[in-house]
Design a protein around this ligand. Structure first.
Ligand code: G4P
Length: 509
């Protein structure tokens, strides 16, 4: 079975994702001192070929994928951008992982962004391990936290460990699997002995012993299948800052998290055991420097063993490209490696030939499905400052939507193009790139529309709908019909009136 574990951390800003990432890498031996994730030394930078490329091109991609090893298991941690704001990038990254760790703040519980990211995981049945962080501080009661996760996310919860006191009286975390307590000072671990009903012999306060007893009676046993189906989440407690419960978390990923999953394609399911190389692009990062139009396309390997120099055919292109300088992401001293296998991520430098959603394969015989476009939550009309630049604008919008920076909608009536994004940040990126790379000055204006839905149905049904709703119809970048709605109410109204059409908030490419 594969020793790869490819995962992401989902959390609300400030819950401790960066701190936890640091500690995971530290324990995996990928970095030597905590704190290096934020401020990696220049010396390290200069040493690696890849970092040089990175400096020359002025882009930063190394933190997008972090690979580390422990006890023979290779962990690929994919970064989900940590902005307050949300982008499709984040969503798409989640299509490239096999599991996720959900970090929640012990005092705050489930916060809005955690919930949103969780919904994306659920759409794809991505299994989730929960890490309740910051138990070294005063938090909510453990039961309250567990119940909130269960209620808010409709998941079965199974506590795998239990904090012994929180805040000022925090004494450590009891690991149920081994009956050992990790204590805050140093790494000392105490064997608790067999716990009896009264918690006798256990160096834990009576009220905590009582809690633990209640918990063990009240919550179900951990069920691997239910977890892997995304129906149950094992919950670990710890403190990223104090490096507490992190080893248990790594251990849980190694033992429970699924190895590379099969992926669906138009030609049927592709298993990770398949011998020839297949993969899909889930992210494209372009250079902000207008002199170089280089991009790095991030490919998630689905099957096969990739070797440097290999020829792969992108589904969108039809002719093979040789991948001479792939980027692999070992966080040790091997940023450029020669092989990669199912579950791994490769960065492929290219000049814009690779698009988000593209499949790459040795034999050009598969096309993966399931990389979604999401219904934009913010729609804006693009107005040119110089109206003679229409052609350049169209080119730019096409390019940037191919890259996944924005979505573009061309209304059936009128010439005012509309861009759609999931987060405000994408709009800022759009405006700055239009100017820097396409020399197009544009402003974004309010759009009469609130949301968009891809519509599907028979030609007759679509035509019937168009006859009455032409002013609310647009085409996306691929020419597919989209209903531009003025409100959520508008969507449900049209849905009711047109049962022969489907209105969908995502579009799978
Ligand atoms: P994020 O990436 O999810 O946004 O969170 P980050 O790791 O940056 O952590 C946010 C804040 O929470 C940081 O404090 C961090 O030190 C603190 N923190 C993380 N894990 C724990 C924990 O287990 N216990 C406690 N008590 N605090 C934790 P900050 O003051 O905002 O930043 P900094 O100046 O310490 O870096």
């Amino acid at each position: 079975m594969s020793n790869r574990r490819t995962f992401a951390i989902i959390s609300h800003p400030d819950a401790g994702k960066t701190t936890l990432t640091e500690k995971l890498l530290l324990q995996g031996g990928a970095i030597h001192l905590a704190g290096e994730v934020k401020a990696r030394g220049q010396a390290r930078r200069a040493r690696s070929d890849w970092m040089k490329i990175e400096q020359q091109r002025g882009i930063s991609v190394t933190s997008s994928v972090m690979t580390f090893q422990k006890d023979g298991v290779v962990f690929n941690l994919l970064d989900t951008p940590g902005h307050e704001d949300f982008s499709e990038d984040t969503y798409r990254t989640l299509t490239a992982v096999d599991s996720a760790i959900m970090v929640i703040d012990a005092a705050k519980g489930i916060e809005p962004q955690t919930r949103k990211l969780f919904e994306v995981c659920r759409m794809r049945s991505v299994p989730i391990i929960t890490f309740v962080n910051k138990v070294d501080r005063e938090g909510r009661s453990v039961f309250e936290t567990l119940d909130e996760v269960a209620d808010a996310l409709a998941l079965d919860v199974v506590p795998m460990s239990w904090p012994i006191g929180m805040g000022g009286i925090f004494e450590g975390v009891l690991d149920f699997a081994t009956d050992t307590i990790a204590r805050p000072e140093g790494d000392s671990r105490e064997f608790l002995g067999k716990r009896d009903a009264k918690g006798e012999g256990a160096p834990i306060p009576a009220e905590v012993a009582e809690e633990i007893e209640l918990a063990q009676a009240g919550y179900p046993e951990f069920d691997l299948e239910a977890y892997r189906h995304g129906d149950l989440t094992p919950v670990y407690f710890g403190s990223a800052l104090k490096n507490f419960g992190v080893a248990e978390l790594i251990d849980a990923i190694a033992r429970f998290a699924p190895p590379p999953r099969p992926q669906t394609s138009e030609q049927g399911t592709v298993l990770p055991e398949r011998s020839d190389v297949t993969g899909f692009i889930f992210k494209v990062q372009a250079n902000m420097d207008p002199q170089h139009r280089d991009r790095i396309a991030f490919m998630r390997m689905v099957s096969g063993t990739f070797k440097r120099g290999m020829k792969l055919t992108p589904s969108g292109l039809g002719k093979p490209i040789a991948v001479h300088s792939p980027i692999l992401f070992f966080a040790q001293d091997r940023e450029i490696a020669d092989t990669a296998e199912a579950g791994d991520i490769i960065g492929i430098p290219n000049h814009g030939t690779l698009r988000v959603g593209d499949t790459l394969s040795e034999k050009n015989d598969v096309r993966f499905t399931g990389l979604p476009n999401f219904a934009p939550e913010i729609l804006r009309r693009v107005a040119l400052k110089d109206p003679t630049k229409t052609k350049q604008l169209r080119k730019a919008l096409d390019d940037l939507s191919e890259e996944g920076v924005i979505q573009v909608f061309y209304p059936e009536i009128g010439s005012q193009w509309i861009v759609g994004v999931v987060g405000q940040l994408q709009l800022d990126v759009l405006i700055s790139r239009l100017e820097a790379e396409y020399k197009v000055e544009a402003v974004l204006e309010a759009s009469p529309f609130d949301t968009a839905r891809w519509i599907k149905g028979s030609d007759a049904a679509l035509k019937g709908f168009a006859d009455f709703n032409l002013s609310n119809l647009a085409k996306d970048r691929d020419g597919d019909p989209v209903f531009m709605a003025r409100s959520a109410w508008d969507v449900s109204y049209q849905q009711e009136r047109n049962p022969e059409l489907t209105f969908s908030a995502t579009k799978e490419r």
